[in-house]
Design a protein around this ligand. Sequence first.
Ligand SMILES: *Cc1c(COP(=O)(O)O)cnc(C)c1O
Length: 400
Amino acid sequence: MSRTEKLISEVDRWSAHNYHPLPVVLERGEGCWVWDVEGNRYLDMLSAYSAVNQGHRHPRIIAALNEQAGRLTLTSRAFHNDQMGAFLHQLCELVGYEKALPMNTGAEAVETAIKAVRKWGYTVKGVAPDKAEIIVCDNNFHGRTTTIVGFSSEEAYRSGFGPFTPGFKLIPYGDVDALAGAMTEHTVGFLVEPLQGEGGVVVPPEGFLKAAARLCREHGVKLMSDEIQTGLGRTGRMLCSEWEDVRADVVMLGKALGGGVYPVSACVADDEVMDVFTPGDHGSTFGGNPLAAAVGRAALDVIVDEDLPGRAAELGAWFVNELQGIDSPHVEAVRGKGLMVGVVIKESSGTARPFCEKLMERRILAKETHRQVVRFAPPLVITREILEEALESIREVLLG
Ligand SMILES: *Cc1c(COP(=O)(O)O)cnc(C)c1O
């Protein structure tokens, strides 16, 4: 048995089987590269679902982690710590909002946004008790809590986990008329991904977000933009909603906010929404801890100082163009924004999984999403030279 096989069999024996990973065991990472336990080097084109936008073990982020780990890591919110304020200040100024509420995982940021908007609905908008509705989209992915999977349209995410939290309404993604039709006096929020990641890198029709923002304004409904995967540079803008000059009322961030080293998430909004929270009504033991805050600051510094949104925009446009130039009988479409790119495999050519396995043989790690889509989302610190080399292998696999 190889070392890889041994390690995988141990996982198979002791871990719940809630994932189906590619059969590679990684032990080291640097920048856009990772190494397996046999010593092979791979190009990481998943970036932990965009949590590693800054690249693996970015020196500035690791330095911040170590420095803070040597001083203070956790206080709980029962006391203040000297890092959290500066982190939230920096985050709010960067994305242009008045307040932030720090959590750990993306799902918690989404739960926070739901609670904020519901309470805003009752205390500010005047919605009747327990009637608040939030509109969501088909094919959404917002995390894995029971409330969140309850409004998923994906059977695999929901099946067996009910009963679910009421108060959510599904509309087709990108359908402005359906959104208008779904709004009632009870509607408090419209929760949307500006570009669906897990749903298969689905770009909504141009103008959708802008029209949705206008409808929300007209109906006194809060636009809640889940930028956990699309945010912090991935799509070629700091926030993906900037592509349509939309400023959502509530923004959820996570993944790259922790710089690939630590779970850090946040919900940001203006005072009108955020001031609904009072001591005791929401919280998290680890949320806003000093280690998270120090890491979060360094993660944001790297995004800004290395202009990761600019890199993603430039490299992404070129990369998509190159991919579109591959005349493969298996490819139905290439789509995406910035360095969040999906190659859609034709149903007649099978699923995306075997393509990902062949890429792995050529030392490129990409993961299928939604059966038919190979997602390419490398760390944003990747260079054009490295992408060019990867394209040769991608061409071979797509043409083979
Ligand atoms: C990953 C993701 C989440 C959930 O984040 P976790 O940290 O896994 O809880 C929520 N929304 C979107 C759009 C995501 O991509």
